[in-house]
Design a protein around this ligand. Sequence first.
Ligand code: CTP
Length: 400
Amino acid sequence: MSLEGKRILVGVTGGIAAYKMATFVRLLKKQGAEVRCMMTPASSDFITPLTLSTLSGSPVGIDFYNPKTGEWTNHVEWALWADVMIFAPVTASSLAKMAHGFSDNFLMATYLSAKCPVFVAPAMDLDMYQHPTTKANLDRLESFGYTVIPAESGFLASGLEGQGRMAEPEVLLRYLQDHFQYDARFSGKTIVITAGPTYEAIDPVRFIGNHSSGKMGFSLAEAAASKGAEVILVSGPTHLKTSHEKIRVVRVTSALQMLEAVQHHWDQVDWGIFASAVADYRPTVAADQKIKKTAETLHIDLEKNPDILSWASANRTAQKVVGFALETQNGLEYAQGKLEKKKLDAIVLNEMGEPGVGFGTDTNSVKLIFKSNKIRSFELQSKQELAFSLLNELMNNLYE
Ligand code: CTP
């Protein structure tokens, strides 16, 4: 898990986006983090302390003094506990306090005791966000070495539209993953990753395709970017999106387009990871007009698509090349055959038929086979987690 054992202190202030923090805390816990939440008194109008304490599995800090137990909560101890602090949402008022050191509640006192990295996700109405005071306060936090997670554009609670919405919980999570997963060995490397299916046109409305969702390729792209690599993600048709600034998405439809995109970038990359399910054949001719159902039987001539992975391997200078194999029987044997035939550095074997494995699922369990014949098995886990594990293992072995 990408945040296993990390201690994350989450500070919630009184903006409507506070309701999203339930999701955020869930995401953190799913990644194995230890979470404690702090709230300003005003934020409990938007989300209850009970919600956050239940989800985090830990008491929530609001006041210095708890009149029910007679106990004092030590803000310095809370601050020292944290590996990172993330404040989200941060209202204009709390932002001003953070920028100028006003310590008038438990959350602010803890913030002022921070010795760890601090992340700040502002949320306010668009005019407030544009105000020079806000900009100056955000600049000031950055000048302290803190990371500002910019507000996003969209519909605001005021009914207006513009920049001011708190970044989505998935984006907040990504900033923390980038922080903890950063691996200097990936920095300065560019990786091309293919993902998703290809669609091969039969006529303007029909195609030959497959059930690949693109999840494994997108997860690999996100993980590689979190580790510090630049990623060129060549994706076939999928509804998946990514907003990571280190990922350039090149959207294609057919195998020929995917090949062209890989060829275009191949000289600039250090690795290629080929996770897409490329259609092996395409219709020899795609009809210009929709085919009418007049004939009783219909034959479509197919011709073989180029093998993108084989092209990349044959045209490498120093690039590392990693393929995928999806097999229904004799998995190890077939995958090893592909590894040799396509002259790969490593191949990831998916064995269809096991529960939770393969197309469209959120989880996967695979074997990673190196050209040295070393084999590493990965238990069933989410595709996101698996992506981090695979990249670690590849990096540990490919540059030996
Ligand atoms: N691949 C590719 N271009 C193709 C076909 C496959 O780049 N036209 C890549 C896939 O992205 C994957 C690997 O090759 O990384 C294995 O694909 P697979 O279809 O299993 O291999 P084939 O050699 O086509 O074998 P078969 O379909 O007979 O199992």
